[in-house]
Design a binder for this molecule. Structure first.
Ligand code: XMP
Length: 322
């Protein structure tokens, strides 16, 4: 397999990069429409802004509400993009995703179920209805590296695995960020005039909160991990960490709540120092901060009786749990 070209952040001339990518997108898309899925993460936000710069309203942006997103996310993302003049349509698709995830416990099978639901079911229909022939997406080099190396099947990698999206899904995928890593994408987001809250946002994975539920993903488990995520993000929001998250374990442990024994849930907190997600170290958070987060989680989520902190670097850990 040909090695992908990498543009390091120090060599990234954003003005030139934007100019080239705008020209490339215009010529590939031609007079037609392109569609893209905005998840609110850094990569998809930046690719949306770049695509909009290239073809304006011929880029139709969707927010697929897969039921696995963070608290208030669909409305927040749509409002934010409306403010910068980019219209986004919310597509409710919770049922399709939970149906595909029912009974699936293996991490790679879970990722595959999400991938297939997203690209084959939800997006194929949208592409057909819209008449678009291209899907624009924010795949970055780290996604490709880890997928090709067999570490994790990132949800958005196809061609590098020998999968032709045109044949399998019926449309072409355009990936203008594929030579960049996260730090380069942030620099590009700034140059494109996105608000800092968008381009400096912590990364969030394509499979969303499903990447943070060990075992079967159900609406109830997503509710628990969503609440824990909101608490962790609020507590660590001002920090310099690269990424922080909550994971819901599959195992239950005995605990006590309101004077009664409960066989309850366990939440694991992770907080990472990293430059580009290839390697990462757990942040040495103050013990008081961890205690406060744990207290908030057990107070706010009735079933949770145990909160732990991951102290293992990547590798051998990975940033997400699934
Ligand atoms: P891992 O867990 O592999 O994550 O150490 C590395 C970085 O990538 C994000 N991540 C994903 N991003 N699709 C994505 O677009 C995915 O399937 C995916 N899985 C993980 C993760 O949040 C971290 O920043």
């Amino acid at each position: 397999m040909a090695k992908m070209k990498e543009i390091r952040v120090k060599d990234l001339d954003t003005t030139l990069f934007i100019k080239e990518k705008v020209r490339e997108l215009r010529s590939k898309i031609g007079k037609g429409l392109a569609i893209n899925a905005l998840s609110g993460g850094v990569d998809s936000s930046v690719v949306t802004a770049l695509g909009f710069k290239a073809i304006g309203e011929r880029l139709v942006s969707y927010f697929i509400d897969n039921g696995l997103m963070r608290q208030g996310e669909p409305q927040r993302v749509v409002a934010l993009f409306r403010e910068i003049g980019i219209p986004v349509v919310i597509i409710p698709a919770q049922k399709a995703f939970f149906a595909a995830l029912k009974g699936v416990v293996d991490p790679e099978e879970k990722r595959e179920a999400i991938t297939q639901t997203f690209y084959r079911d939800v997006f194929r229909k949208l592409v057909l209805e819209s008449g678009a022939r291209h899907l624009l997406q924010g795949t970055i080099l780290t996604d490709v590296d880890e997928t090709v190396a067999g570490i994790k099947r990132q949800h958005n990698v196809f061609e590098q695995l020998g999968i032709d999206p045109q044949k399998v899904f019926g449309y072409k995928i355009l990936e203008p960020l594929i030579e960049l890593r996260k730090d380069g994408v942030r620099k590009l987001g700034q140059a494109l005039g996105l608000p800092e809250a968008v381009f400096m946002r912590i990364p969030f994975p394509g499979p969303a909160l499903a990447a943070r539920v060990i075992g079967e993903v159900t609406p109830e488990k997503i509710r628990i991990v969503r609440k824990a995520t909101a608490i962790v993000e609020k507590a660590l929001g001002g920090s310099d960490a690269f990424q922080y998250l909550a994971i819901l374990h599959d195992d239950r442990v005995t605990g006590m709540k309101d004077g009664k024994r409960v066989f309850g849930n366990q939440i694991e907190i992770r907080c990472w120092d990293s430059l580009d997600a290839r390697v990462a170290r757990p942040t040495r958070l103050p013990y008081e901060t961890l205690e406060k987060i744990a207290e908030r989680i057990v107070d706010a989520i009735p079933g949770v009786v145990s909160v732990t902190y991951n102290i293992t670097p990547k590798p051998p850990s990975t940033i997400e749990a699934v």
